[in-house]
Design a protein around this ligand. Structure first.
Ligand code: ADP
Ligand code: MG
Length: 401
């Protein structure tokens, strides 16, 4: 039975030590940072809401050693689709210059933020390898940033806590790379815990860890599509949410000292103000407020081991993203439909911003193999392309060796 790709394809990380020794004639140290998947809570981050991400067993590793001179030379050997520049080219980071629209913008941004905050980062050689697929929605960018930050801090002989590193990496992506991402990806890559999901309150950045059920695998399946429209659509959704929040705050007579936010609204509020909104804005708001409720419901259900309820919340989340928020696509809907009819599946939904990317599936371990085979075969029949998939589990966050 053809699987789209071998499950957990061996990463280039193992070869990294050898490469580094051969190229630089010395023993490197290592920093590792995981990718992530969001179990539930989509498009809630920029609405001050809740999300439930998990750090997964896919890693970006960097081998590093100091240099005599104050230069930072980087190379990325193994990565998947969507990476600009030829693999294996050595690049010099120039933190005093602007972004180059190149993968090295991520490490450059991190270096720049560290230097700006007064960390004295010595010159260094860094070599990256990763088995986090780039551009698939599993946050290879955060893994790259967090691995870089940990390596550069280790070189400088400084320690920072995970939350601080996450904020610095988010700033690098927001301000240097120019990508308006929230804090979720970096935070869970830094703080993730083995066997647990991380409930994140995006308003306060408070986190709480929630044990995942044992005997259940996290299976991530790629839709194999990445829509070119995604950035424009993302910005449109943000504006629509802002509009809904403004209307709801007005209706509630909320004081203007705090920016209006859908976090403060209930479903009853949204329904009450329906006549003041376009149908589209109403549905966007309905998605966000019900999605926040579904995150909290999932956390409660996990706490009491009610997996049926977890699956129900995931199914409703997918339907809401498809119908109210309109960020799904044919390939994602097909994957969720197929998964939902397979035995041993606890829950399935699209994950990430949408318009492509992946689905996240909770699958009882005894059924994982047959699940993977069935999804590959049935999705290939439905769309003409067998999907890549990864069987993963919740791991602890970034570390330095
Ligand atoms: P995602 O974070 O969902 O994987 P992004 O578009 O945010 O997608 O980030 C992907 C980009 O991050 C790639 O195009 C590349 O520039 C950079 N990147 C990620 N991983 C690596 C890596 N191992 N080596 C070099 N660049 C990488
Ligand atoms: Mg990213």
């Amino acid at each position: 039975m053809p699987l789209g790709r071998p499950v957990n394809e061996a990463s280039g990380a193992r070869a990294l030590r050898e490469h580094f020794r051969r190229r630089h004639g010395r023993e490197p140290r290592f920093a590792h940072a995981p990718g992530r998947v969001n179990l539930i809570g989509e498009h809630t981050d920029y609405n001050d809401g809740f999300a439930l991400p998990v750090a997964i067993d896919l890693w970006t590793s960097v081998a590093f050693a100091p240099r005599e001179e104050a230069r930072w030379l980087v190379r990325s050997e193994s990565f998947a689709i969507g990476v600009e520049g030829a693999p294996g080219d050595q690049v010099e980071l120039r933190p005093d210059e602007g972004p180059r629209v190149h993968w090295s913008d991520y490490p450059t941004g991190v270096l720049r933020m560290l230097l700006e905050t007064g960390v004295r980062v010595p010159g260094a050689t860094l070599e990256f390898a990763s088995d986090v697929p780039a551009g698939a929605g599993l946050s290879s960018s955060a893994a790259l940033e967090v691995a870089t930050a940990n390596a550069l801090l280790a070189l400088a002989g400084e320690e920072r806590d995970g939350a601080e590193i996450a904020l610095l990496c988010q700033r690098a992506e927001n301000e240097f790379v120019g990508m308006r991402c929230g804090i979720m990806d970096q935070l869970v890559s830094c703080l993730g815990r083995a066997g647990e999901a991380m409930l994140l309150d995006c308003r306060t950045r408070a986190v709480r860890f929630v044990p995942l059920p044992t005997g259940v695998d996290l299976v991530i399946v790629s839709s194999m599509v990445r829509h070119a429209l995604a950035a424009g659509e993302y910005n449109a959704r943000r504006s629509e949410c802002e509009e809904a929040a403004r209307i709801l705050a007005e209706e509630a007579g909320r004081d203007a000292s705090r920016p209006p936010s859908l976090r403060d609204a209930t479903l009853a509020d949204v329904e009450h103000s329906r006549s003041r909104m376009t149908d589209r804005v109403f549905r966007r708001a309905r998605h966000v407020v019900t999605e926040n409720e579904r995150v909290l419901e999932t956390v409660e259900a996990l706490a009491v081991g009610d997996l049926e309820r977890v699956g129900g919340a995931m199914a409703r989340s997918h339907a809401s993203l498809r119908d109210d928020f309109e960020v799904s696509c044919r390939e994602l809907d097909s994957l969720v439909e197929i998964a939902s009819s397979e035995p041993g599946v606890v829950g399935a939904r699209m994950t990430g911003g949408g318009f492509g990317g992946c689905t996240v599936n909770l699958v009882r371990s005894a059924s994982t193999r047959s699940f993977c085979e069935a999804v590959c075969e049935r999705q290939a029949a439905a769309t003409g392309q067998a999907p890549d998939l990864w069987v993963t589990s919740a791991v602890s966050g970034a570390r330095v060796e």
